[in-house]
Design a protein around this ligand. Sequence first.
Ligand SMILES: [Zn+2]
Length: 362
Amino acid sequence: MKRTLKFSLGLANTNKIEALKELSNEYKKAVNYFLQILSSENKHILRESEVKSFNSSLSYRYKQCAKRQAMKIWKSWRRNKKKGQIPEFDGALILDHRFIKVEKAKNSSFDYWVRIAILKKGYPILIPIKSYDYANNYFDNWKLVNGGRLSREDDNWFLLLTFEKETPPKKKEGKIIGIDIGIKKLMATSEKEFYGKDIERLMDKIQKKQQGSKAFKRAIKERDYYVNKTAKALSLNNLKAIVMENIKNIKRNTKKERRLRKEFRSKFQKWTYPLLFSRINQLCEINGVHFFTIDPAWTSQTCNKCGFVHELNRCGEIFLCRNCGYTQDADYNASKNILKTYLAQQSMVAGNIKANNGIFVH
Ligand SMILES: [Zn+2]
């Protein structure tokens, strides 16, 4: 398994920042030039002569690296069905071990040195970086993958480093739980546990800020931090598997699916869901817990007791079945349905379809 972490290069002095800018500008020109050749001739591969003859202060090695990145961008653009404009380079340099090396700093106030090859051949620059709580575990217990991704946001430079570790085997014993993600509370589990009650307040805070402002970005950061913290609070010790709804699997064609999508969108705030989804997925990976997904299917409108589906069953945080009168916390009811749907699918796979399974009424 792999994880990518971001480090600030803010400790670099002006000369070094200048060198990074020069490198990045030349590199960007090269990638965009190669992209142009690929698109105008509509081909997959660049000839060596085309790479060599590009007039630039980049070393031949760097040109090769830019060529590889251009071909990668081009390839994924061609694969993408919704083709827009000819792709453009986003400015993040993907560099291998020949250009970036990370070394532990000895007896200094920094934690690591990053050695980066710049335009001036044979004169790499050294930039100190500081680790942080979350990253220490990766430096200590994971293996650092050579190379890195160099990126710029406004005037700030960052280095993305990737760490890897062998994926632990999946547990064979333990409970399976369903998790529902909501607005009032981030997670409700089929064990009737609730997590993240501050999420609504944090989302409100974001909405009150002007989009793109510093305060807005700070509020987003705060929310993301909270989502991570909440995911981590989930106890995985006694679990074998977690089941969640997969937001990607909603199609848009039929009327029913459109309604489903709308329900899903309002229920799962679209920015929170993917982050929490991937955090839980990662936590499962590390802890040897299976991570299963189901297609969203009326989980918040279905009565977990009698299987009756109606949109009026749910009223805000309260679920009240119009058929049998069952009442319960709406997110808890949904999480039970998520688990139930998964288990029903499993028993169908096993050729053991139980009649009147409840959730398949519509
Ligand atoms: Zn009912």
